[in-house]
Design a protein around this ligand. Structure first.
Ligand code: UDP
Length: 445
């Protein structure tokens, strides 16, 4: 049997690149060859941030690039524009790239293409060339199950053909899955334009033999039971760093954390996409001041112009806190000084927080983040919700109250540590996810 050679292709956002990089590292450790395809724009960005791309080359990962079809100054936070451009430009370029990669490595031609959501077009290209495909689903298996069930949801009259819920009733897609209301559907808050797009993409992704999920059967048993194609291989925790960050990681916060008492620091981060509105930003800042304990707050530059567009109000002191543009999140969450995580509940952050045994305070913004909150607060019971007032704002008093409640709650702390243990044992040798990864590699051989 030859060595499997994977061509891996993430949609160019941080939340897809990070888990696909972790998967690539895991596959490389098993002796597989990996060619990682970045857009030219993102590859430059990750390289200029002094990320760990060079160390990955030493592990045998090769990097190749294709243009996304946009100009350097185009706004890449406009995902409709990015999607259209990628689909118009990249499919025609991929066959030649594959040919070139294969010509350089005649002994080990590409055997499998692994894509994330939105890159199903590459599976179509592979299919035409006789190359197998698989999908790495970077959100929860629950959101995958929900997208997979769209035809059923339409047939049952739960949503209309535009994805809009027709009734206010709760739906349970399969036993052991949390009940959802319309607002919990993963296309919620993304805008009308994306629903037909998701429907089409799900059909394309069916070309993937496996839908690898960064989860475990302890975390999402019901969702994983929806289709035999779902293969849990999580938590993807091959290394404690995100090697291709799009922003420079501010590592001074690790030294700062070393100076803080154990389990004292509130870590605040809303991932790579969410935008905090000015009023909410102000309340959050004042809420953090009120805590009277140290906090580490990631105030990320905008995806559009790469500038920090937030203004701090004069009332904000921030003397107990440290504010950074971008943090080495995996290391932060594992630091003994961290007490809890105020999170937007993106799936990567959720899994990372779970694997560090850190309790959450949840404030989802869009998409699957609402269901992820349900898992955190109602199913696994390792966090609390931050509630909004009648104007849709999480007020400073609410932040203070919930941080106090969370940190006084010994049951939540104990459950968080237990969930960490339960989750991590899947990825060690002999664990279920580790066995599933071997099954996947053997299939690719
Ligand atoms: N992240 C990071 N530093 C930060 C904030 C986030 O490295 O300061 C990483 C985080 O570890 C995670 C990813 O960015 O791997 C965010 O993915 P997630 O699914 O949580 O949210 P998204 O950005 O897709 O909304």
């Amino acid at each position: 049997m030859g060595i499997p050679h994977f061509l891996v292709i993430p949609y160019p956002v941080q939340g897809h690149v990070n888990p696909l990089m972790q998967l690539s590292e895991a596959l490389a450790k098993h002796g597989c060859k990996i060619t990682f395809l970045n857009t030219e724009f993102n590859h430059k960005r990750a390289n200029s941030c002094g990320g760990g791309l060079d160390s990955l080359k030493e592990q045998g990962l090769k990097f190749v690039t294709l243009p996304d079809g946009l100009d350097p100054e185009d706004d890449r936070s406009d995902h409709h524009k990015v999607l259209v451009s990628i689909k118009t430009n990249m499919p025609a370029l991929l066959p030649k790239l594959i040919q070139d990669i294969n010509a350089l490595d005649v002994e080990n031609n590409i055997t499998c293409i692994v894509v994330t959501m939105n890159m199903g077009w590459a599976l179509q290209v592979g299919h035409k060339l006789g190359i197998e495909g698989a999908v790495l689903w970077t959100a929860s298996a629950t959101s995958l199950a929900t997208c997979y069930c769209i035809p059923r949801l339409i047939d049952d009259g739960i949503i209309d053909s535009e994805g809009i819920p027709t009734k206010k009733q709760e739906v349970q897609l399969s036993p052991n899955m949390p009940k959802m209301v319309g607002a919990d559907f993963p296309w919620g808050g993304l805008g009308k334009i994306f629903f037909p797009y998701i429907v089409k993409e799900m059909k394309t992704l069916e070309l993937g033999e496996w839908w690898l999920c960064n989860t475990t059967s302890d975390l999402e048993p019901g969702a994983l039971a929806t289709s035999p194609r779902f293969l849990p291989i999580g938590p993807l925790m091959e290394s404690d760093t995100n090697k291709s960050s799009f922003w420079e990681e501010d590592t001074t916060c690790l030294d700062w954390l070393d100076q803080q008492p154990p389990q004292s620091v509130v870590y605040v981060s809303f991932g790579s996409l969410a935008t905090v509105e000015p009023n909410q930003f102000k309340e959050l800042a004042l809420g953090l001041d009120l805590l009277n304990r140290p906090f580490l707050w990631v105030v990320r530059p905008s995806n559009d112009n790469n500038k920090v567009n937030h203004a701090y109000s004069d009332e904000f002191h921030g003397c107990k806190g440290k504010i950074v543009n971008w943090a080495p999140q995996r290391k932060i969450l594992d630091h003994p000084a961290i007490a809890c995580f105020i999170s937007h509940c993106g799936w990567n952050s959720t899994i990372e927080g779970v694997c560090s045994g850190i309790p959450f305070l949840c404030c989802p913004f869009f998409s699957d983040q609402f269901v992820n909150r349900s898992y955190i607060c109602d199913v696994w019971k390792v966090g609390l919700k931050l509630d909004k007032d009648e104007n849709g704002l999480i007020l400073k008093g609410e932040i203070r109250k919930k941080v106090d409640q969370l940190l006084e709650n010994e049951d939540i702390k104990a459950r968080s540590l237990k969930l960490k243990e339960l989750s991590l044992k899947n990825s060690v040798k002999g664990g279920q996810s580790s066995k599933n990864l071997e099954k996947f590699i053997n299939w690719a051989k």
